[in-house]
Design a protein around this ligand. Structure first.
Ligand SMILES: Nc1ncnc2c1ncn2[C@@H]1O[C@H](COP(=O)(O)OP(=O)(O)O)[C@@H](O)[C@H]1O
Ligand SMILES: O=P(O)(O)OC[C@H]1O[C@@H](O)[C@H](O)[C@@H](O)[C@@H]1O
Length: 504
């Protein structure tokens, strides 16, 4: 063979060897990086684990904190706020009432014509608006002017069906989905904002006063007959259709729970004992924290960078505002440490809250064989042009870990409440029916979440007691509930012969 031919052969052989070595090195590198992806996934799964024993510890801690929060002001991270609702709707309520519901994402206005036990809700009209994000961190007047303007426009569309009797003032139930220290059924001061809100000049103010001033500014003559948290409204709305409702839970942008407590079991309550012997408590359970909660590095960094660091710890690991953000944070770590999306981290992946929980649940419920919904969401949201099936399967695993943790902890919280009110066990063979009224877009729309919550609750209760506990979706119970509470505290009600409250 000539020298040139030999040289060419040698060069080609070297090139082939180099290419092979490069492929092997790339393969080894990618297999090394993939091993890191799996390592991150496994560590996350372990840190989020909620075995039944842990759920029982969380439930017990919830019960303990409930006692502490009822014993004294500031006695617990659980605020256990007294609602001044000591009588839930009787079903006899009649008349024409407005309700408005300021939530963490949406703002709803509603009018209801109540027809008493016979006709119940004769007619209901409502309108829902998204809250402009800039109003969540602006000035108090800007937010309340927005609310008053939407309400005034809605009132202007009143039809013949909703005709106010002459000489009567319109009355309103105001549902305010934030922690408020109630000073009466129709007044209360904002303790602090939560979720995506942070408006300094509202804190400490009476939110009914803020609304009334804004209504005056737009020339709307309406009396606020009741101020309630959305969990209280949901409890009232739930009880209206089901007398066994004793607990209400919201799983929406945020999360919270309310329940019917025995008035004598509230040491910090020094008011007149209600005739009913009961008082509805707004737990503000989103602020619950415990060493038993399975918190991860992603939860700690999310909390640290949030608008309310150190607050709402339970809310930040189970509610709709945050689940998608937790998913983003884990994917970002995989991208940075294991080139999950290739050598370049997708710039969009660094934007907080870019993965909304509705998108997470859409990916989680992808049943296509090639997980094309996951692929499309990665493309549309993160601008990741292509993704392999094994990458998409990792995304599904992360959704499952995050949603299962949130759902199972929600069940533990409910179980803790049932233990507090003695509904977690059967007594001499008898088990009182207990109904949990649920509301909130997360519970209503994230099926894997709601199913996991219900099955975990059954697991905690055991088969026998689980027979007597029912979980129902009471959607927009808070709207009807607020209208019902306004009706039962209307200025036009005939005064009761005997006082509603007996001497303590
Ligand atoms: N399809 C969905 N899948 C998962 N979560 C959802 C879905 N739709 C809405 N959500 C969650 O529900 C929240 C809205 O809850 P909702 O109760 O309707 O309003 P608000 O929280 O303002 O009272 C959203 O912030 C979102 O986190
Ligand atoms: O209906 P939303 O907006 O999801 O609110 C649920 C809960 O969100 C929490 O952040 C509030 O402190 C509670 O008061 C509220 O009930």
């Amino acid at each position: 063979m000539g020298k040139v031919a030999v040289a060419t052969t040698v060069v080609c052989s070297v090139a082939v060897c180099a290419a092979a070595a490069l492929i092997v090195r790339r393969r080894m590198q990618s297999s090394g990086k993939w091993a890191r992806v799996i390592e991150i996934l496994k560590a996350f799964e372990e840190d989020c684990a909620t075995p039944i024993a842990k759920l029982r510890q969380v439930a017990d801690a919830m019960t303990v904190e409930m006692h502490a929060g009822l014993a004294s002001e500031g006695g617990s991270k659980l605020k256990m706020l007294i609602s001044y609702v000591d009588n839930l709707p009787s079903g006899d309520e009649t008349g024409f009432f407005y309700a408005l519901d300021l939530g963490g994402t949406n703002f709803r206005v509603m009018r209801v014509l109540l027809g008493g036990k016979q006709d119940r809700v004769v007619k209901r009209e409502f309108k829902e608006e998204s809250i402009p994000p800039h109003l969540m961190t602006g000035k108090s007047d800007e937010l309340f002017d927005f609310i008053a303007e939407v309400l005034a426009k809605f009132v202007a569309t009143e039809g013949e069906d909703f005709h106010l009797p002459p000489g009567k003032q319109r009355e309103l139930g105001f549902t305010f989905s934030f922690p408020v220290k109630q000073t009466s059924l129709s007044s209360g001061t904002l303790i602090n904002w939560t979720k995506g809100f942070s408006i300094e000049d509202t804190v400490g103010q009476d939110v009914v006063g803020e609304l009334v001033k804004a209504m005056e500014r737009v020339g709307l003559d309406m009396r606020v007959a009741a101020l309630v948290n959305d969990t209280i409204g949901t409890l009232a709305g739930g009880r209206y259709t089901n007398p066994d409702v004793v607990v209400a839970v919201i799983l929406g942008t945020g999360t919270n729970a309310a329940y019917v407590e025995r008035a004598h079991a509230i040491p910090k309550w020094h008011g007149l004992l209600p005739k009913s012997g009961e008082m509805v408590i707004n737990m503000e359970w989103g602020n619950f924290r415990s060493s038993h909660l399975p918190l991860t590095e992603y939860d700690h960094s999310l909390d640290f960078e949030s608008l309310n660091p150190g607050e709402q710890i339970l809310e930040k690991i189970i509610s709709g505002m945050y689940l998608g953000e937790i998913l983003r944070r884990v994917l970002l770590k995989m991208a940075e440490e294991a080139a999950f999306f290739g050598d370049v981290v997708p710039p969009k992946l660094r934007i907080p809250f870019i993965i909304r929980t509705p998108n997470m649940s859409a990916m989680h419920s992808d049943t296509s064989p090639d997980l094309k919904v996951v692929g499309n969401k990665l493309k549309d949201i993160l601008e990741v042009p292509t993704s392999s099936l094994k990458m998409r399967k990792v995304v599904i695993s992360l959704c499952n870990i995050i949603a299962s943790r949130g759902a199972r902890l929600s069940a533990a919280g409910i179980y803790g409440i049932l233990k507090k009110i003695g509904r977690d066990a059967s007594k001499d063979g008898e088990t009182q029916k207990s109904v949990i009224a649920m509301d909130g877009g997360l519970f209503e729309h994230y099926t894997q979440f709601s199913e996991a919550m219900k099955s975990s609750l059954k697991e905690l209760l055991g088969d026998e007691v689980a027979e007597s506990v029912e979980v129902i979706l009471s959607n927009d119970g808070s709207g009807v509930g607020a209208a019902l509470l306004a009706a039962s505290h209307s200025q036009y009600l005939e005064p009761e012969e005997d006082s509603e409250t007996s001497q303590s």
